[in-house]
Design a protein around this ligand. Structure first.
Ligand code: DAH
Length: 347
């Protein structure tokens, strides 16, 4: 019996370290210690061993079992190490120069954003920033958007649960909810509350709406907001600025037109269309690009500016839409797919 046990250990110590795969390991384990394995078969022979030899024999079998278990554990560890190494692939030397020596390029949305900020900077606008997590006050109430306005509906706006807390975004009143801003117009309010007139800001940034994604919709996209507050500002100033920025971005021959509209925070309000027939792939005469108007006196009252003294204009537009016109892109989803074949075209 003893020599059979020794032979079994010897066999295990040559076979187990040579295993290459998990199925091989499982099969070997079954062969040695499984219910139909060799060790189990030897244990079953204990009945035939004379009574006085049984304790010594039992001890021997237990020792053998322990030795085989050590060999099994070691074999499993070797297999696991090999599996991880196979997943990681060949060793990487992080000190080697990158195989792709090309410099990175800017995303088309970054290019349009930066170009618009540069164009606006030339005429005195400075960049203002605001949080993407907003409160109802900055996104809606202060912008004269009543509680029952459809834009505030949970179908259109992403609200956070009551329990959400954002230490860096302060609430005006404790009852209001946090949300993902639906437009960059909230930055108008934050800027006016922080500073004092006259002021001239441009605020590009990401906004969120509960939209199903298709060729022209995305649940998050980018806008560019402008606000100008000064004395004696007129619709004519607003139109002149829009003509200037779109002609600067899209080239000579670009035109804008206003269509009357309603926004709670401007009076009068307009939707802005632009025409850029000289651009390849622009096959419509007029393309809607954003909204604008003269800052509503009630907004000035909310931020503590005297509406008898101060006037101003504001506008907001979609950056994706602008980039699509400029570069002839026909599907908004290209912006977010990180496909190098698309991105490299803007290098
Ligand atoms: N916030 C509007 C939107 O997201 C766009 C807009 C309209 C911005 C009029 C303005 C404005 O500043 O005055 O559709």
């Amino acid at each position: 019996m003893q020599s059979t046990l020794n032979a079994l250990v010897a066999k295990a110590s040559t076979e187990l370290p040579a295993l290459k795969t998990r199925p091989e390991f499982e099969a070997a384990k079954a062969r040695f210690v499984g219910p139909n394995g060799e060790l189990t078969a030897l244990m079953k022979q204990m009945g035939a061993v004379p009574k006085e030899e049984r304790p010594a024999m039992g001890k021997l079998i237990n020792e053998t079992k322990a030795q085989i278990q050590v060999l099994l554990d070691a074999a499993l560890r070797t297999l696991e190490t090999a599996e991880i190494a196979a997943q990681l692939g060949p060793a990487v030397d992080p000190t080697l120069p990158s195989p792709d020596a090309g410099p990175g390029t800017y995303h088309p949305l970054t290019l349009v954003r930066e170009e618009m900020c540069r164009i606006l900077h030339k005429v005195g606008f400075s960049v203002a920033d605001g949080p993407e997590v907003e409160t109802e006050f900055y996104c809606f109430d202060a912008l004269n958007t009543p509680a029952d306005h459809p834009a505030r509906d949970a179908q259109d706006t992403f609200y956070f649960p009551e329990s959400a807390r954002f230490g860096n975004v302060s609430k005006k009143n404790p009852e209001e909810k946090y949300l993902l801003r639906t437009h960059t117009s909230s930055v108008q309010i934050r800027t006016m509350l922080k500073g004092s007139p006259p002021l001239r800001i441009v605020s590009p940034g990401r906004v969120y709406r509960r939209d199903t994604s298709d060729a022209s919709h995305s649940a998050n996209f980018h806008q560019l907001e402008c606000l100008y507050v000064d004395k004696n500002v007129t619709v004519r100033d607003l139109k002149a600025l829009l003509d200037y920025i779109f002609e600067s971005l899209l080239g000579a021959g670009t035109k804008t037109r206003f269509r009357p509209h309603y926004f709670g925070y401007t009076e009068p309000s307009f939707e802005v269309d632009l025409s850029a027939k000289h651009l390849p792939k622009v096959n419509k005469e007029w393309i809607e690009i954003g909204g604008c108007g003269m800052v509503d006196p009630s907004v000035f009252e909310t931020v503590g500016y005297d509406p008898k003294v101060w006037t101003g204009y504001a506008f907001g537009m979609g950056l994706e839409r602008l980039a699509m016109i400029l570069y002839g892109i026909d599907d908004i989803r290209y912006f977010y797919q990180n496909d190098l074949r698309f991105l490299k075209q803007f290098a």
